[in-house]
Design a protein around this ligand. Structure first.
Ligand code: NOJ
Length: 548
C-alpha cells in the first residue's frame, strides 16, 4: 500500500452541517471552501465528503438522483471545482462518498426501469412477489410500483431502490461515473455499504426476529460476487489513479476484510468494521442503551489490530454521521469532557491504521440530547419512533430517552464555530437545532488555546508525521481483564510505544515495566513532564523508547 495512504489522517465533513455561506440554514460547498484553512491548520491530509450529489434528500444525500450533478442546496459544479482547487492548493485531498448500492427513485435509471424501457429493465431488482425481509429503515424491503405493476427491492428506504450489480451495464455505468470524478481530480472514494452490492440468486424467506421480519443484512452482506465486482472496479478504475479507498462494510468479518482490504487482493485500501459500535446497545432493538464494557472493547479492537497486521489495513474511527458522539458514549461529556475527549483520541490514534476524525470531534462536541421528537430530522430515527411509539410498543418518554443517546442526529447538529448567533454556522434558521452548549464548546475558543482539544488533536496528528514508525509498529495488549485501563504496546525493531489510558472518572494505579525507566513522554493529556503511577481520571499518556 502506498506510503501517503498509510500516513494520512482523514477528516469527515457532513456538508449539510458544516458551514452555511448563503443563509438558507443548510451547509454548502462555498462554506466548506471558506473553512479549508481551518482543516489545513488542524493538519489533516484527506477530507471525506459525505454525498454532495443531486438528491431529493430522503436520507440526506445518500439517495442520489444524478451522480454527475451537485445538490442544489449545496451549490453548483463550479463551487465544487473551486473547493477542489482550493483544497489541493492547501495540500488537502478530497475523498468522495460513493453511494452505489442504491440510487434515488428519482434517478433517471429507476424512472426508465419502472417505465419498462428495455435498456434499463434489469438495472434494479423487480419481482411479482415479496418475501419476509425487513429493511434497515423499517418495514419490508419490497415496494409496489403501480407503473411497472411489480415490486422492487430496497435495503434502505423505499426511495432508495437497490441497483442490480449482476447486470454488466450497471457496473459499466458506475465505473464510467467514477472515472468522470477521477478525471476531475478527486483523490478517492468512501464506498457506502459496499459489502451489500452483490445480492443472492434467490430471495428466500428467512427466520423472522421480534419485528416479524428477517433482517435484510443477514441475507445480502458479503454476497457471492462482491469481491469479483470490486476487483473489476479496481482494474477498470481504481488502479489507474493515485487515490485512496475505504469500504463501508456492514457485517464484515476478519476473513472477509482480508479480501476487501488485503495488501495484495486488488480491491480496496481499507474497510470500516462495526464490531465495537454496538457495545453500548442492547442486541434486541438497537435503541436500548447499555453500559459498555471496556474488556469487550479491547477484545474487539485488539482482534482487528492483531489479525490484520502485515496482511491488510485498518481504519480507525470512533465517530461518523451515523453514530452518536464518542465523548458521550465512551467518555464523560460532563465533568471530564475535555480530559476524556483527549484520552479517546490518544487511545485510537496510536493503533495501526488510518485515523478518521468526524467534524466537531476535534472540539469534543457532544450528543444533542433533544427531548422533543419534532427536533429530529433523521429518517431512521423518525421511522423507528413511528413504529415503536406509534404502535404502543414503547412509551414516548422511553423512546426519547433512548434517542437522546443513540439517534444519528446526535452527530448531525451543526459545527460549532463560534459563541455567536447560531454558533457561526448560519445567518439563517439552521435545518436542525444547534447543540445548546455551543457558547462553551466552539472552534473560536479552542484554536488559539494551546491546551484545547483542538490543539491536542493537532499535536497527535503532528506526531504521526514526526515518527514514521507510528504506522508500522506491532500492537500488543496489556491487562486484557482490566475494566478500567486500556494499555497497549506498539513494537518495532528496538523501538517501543506504551499507550496508557484510564477509561474511568476515578484515579487508577499502574506502575511501568522496569525497562521503561528512561522514557520520553510522547504525549499526555495532563501535560505531565514525568510519568506518575497514579493516573488521574481519564488520563492518557504515551511513553516511548528509542523512538525514530
Ligand atoms: C450508510 C450511510 O453511512 C448512511 O448514512 C446511509 O443512511 C446508508 N448507508 C444508506 O445509504
Amino acid at each position: 500500500m502506498k506510503d501517503w495512504i498509510k500516513k494520512a489522517v482523514i477528516y469527515q465533513i457532513y456538508p449539510r452541517s458544516f458551514k452555511d455561506s448563503n443563509g438558507d440554514g443548510v451547509g454548502d460547498l462555498v462554506g466548506i471552501t471558506e473553512k479549508l484553512p481551518y482543516l489545513s491548520n488542524l493538519g489533516v491530509d484527506v477530507i471525506w465528503l459525505s454525498p454532495v450529489y443531486k438528491s431529493p434528500n430522503e436520507d440526506n444525500g445518500y439517495d442520489i438522483s444524478d451522480y454527475e450533478d451537485i445538490m442544489e442546496e449545496f451549490g453548483t459544479m463550479a463551487d465544487f471545482d473551486k473547493m477542489l482547487e482550493t483544497a489541493h492548493s492547501l495540500g488537502l485531498k478530497i475523498m468522495m462518498d460513493l453511494v452505489v448500492n442504491h440510487t434515488s427513485d428519482e434517478h433517471k435509471w429507476f424512472i426508465e426501469s419502472k417505465n419498462k424501457n428495455p435498456k434499463y429493465s434489469d438495472y434494479y431488482f423487480w419481482s411479482d412477489s415479496t418475501n419476509n425481509w425487513g429493511a434497515f429503515f423499517g418495514g419490508s424491503v419490497w415496494e409496489y410500483s403501480p407503473e411497472r405493476k411489480q415490486y422492487y427491492f430496497h435495503a434502505f428506504a423505499p426511495k432508495q431502490p437497490d441497483l442490480n450489480w449482476d447486470n454488466p451495464c450497471v457496473r459499466k455505468e458506475v465505473f464510467d461515473m467514477m472515472t468522470y470524478w477521477c478525471e476531475k481530480g478527486v483523490d478517492g472514494f468512501r464506498m457506502d455499504v459496499i459489502s451489500l452490492i452483490s445480492k443472492p440468486e434467490k430471495f428466500c424467506d428467512g427466520v423472522p426476529d421480534s419485528s416479524r421480519y428477517s433482517h435484510v443484512a443477514d441475507h445480502i452482506a458479503n454476497g457471492r460476487h462482491v469481491h469479483e465486482y470490486l476487483r473489476e472496479m479496481n482494474k477498470n478504475v481504481l488502479s489507474k489513479y493515485d487515490i485512496i479507498t475505504v469500504g463501508e462494510t456492514a457485517c464484515v468479518t476478519i476473513p472477509e476484510a482480508l479480501y476487501y482490504a488485503g495488501f495484495d487482493t486488488n480491491e480496496l485500501n481499507m474497510v470500516f468494521q462495526f464490531d465495537n459500535m454496538g457495545l453500548d446497545r442492547e442486541k434486541i432493538g438497537k435503541w436500548a442503551k447499555k453500559r459498555p464494557q471496556l474488556t469487550e472493547l479491547k477484545k474487539i479492537l485488539s482482534k482487528w489490530q492483531e489479525e490484520l497486521y502485515g496482511k491488510a489495513w485498518n481504519s480507525l474511527y470512533w465517530n461518523n454521521h451515523d453514530q452518536p458522539r464518542v465523548v458521550s458514549r465512551f467518555g464523560n461529556d460532563d465533568k471530564y469532557r475535555i480530559e476524556s475527549a483527549k484520552m479517546l483520541a490518544v487511545c485510537l490514534h496510536f493503533m495501526q491504521g488510518s485515523p478518521y476524525i468526524y467534524q466537531g470531534e476535534e472540539l469534543g462536541m457532544t450528543n444533542a440530547k433533544f427531548d422533543d421528537i419534532k427536533d429530529y430530522r433523521d429518517i431512521e430515527t423518525l421511522n423507528a419512533y413511528k413504529e415503536l411509539v406509534g404502535k404502543g410498543i414503547m412509551s414516548q418518554e422511553d423512546m426519547l430517552e433512548r434517542l437522546a443517546f443513540s439517534s444519528r442526529d446526535n452527530a448531525r447538529t451543526p459545527m460549532q464555530w463560534t459563541s455567536g448567533e447560531n454558533a457561526g454556522f448560519t445567518n439563517g434558521t439552521p435545518w436542525i437545532k444547534i447543540n445548546e452548549n455551543y457558547t462553551e464548546i466552539n472552534a473560536e475558543n479552542q484554536v488559539n488555546d494551546s491546551n484545547s482539544i483542538f490543539n491536542f488533536y493537532k499535536k497527535i496528528i503532528g506526531l504521526r508525521k514526526k515518527y514514521e514508525i507510528i504506522t508500522e509498529l506491532k500492537y500488543e495488549l496489556l491487562l486484557p481483564n482490566s475494566e478500567e485501563l486500556y494499555i497497549y504496546k506498539r513494537l518495532y525493531k528496538n523501538s517501543e510505544l506504551l499507550v496508557i489510558c484510564n477509561f474511568t472518572s476515578e484515579t487508577q494505579e499502574f506502575s511501568l515495566p522496569e525497562y521503561f525507566d528512561s522514557t520520553e513522554i510522547v504525549i499526555s493529556n495532563y501535560n505531565r513532564a514525568a510519568y506518575s503511577n497514579t493516573l488521574a481520571p481519564y488520563e492518557a499518556v504515551v511513553l516511548g523508547v528509542n523512538l525514530q
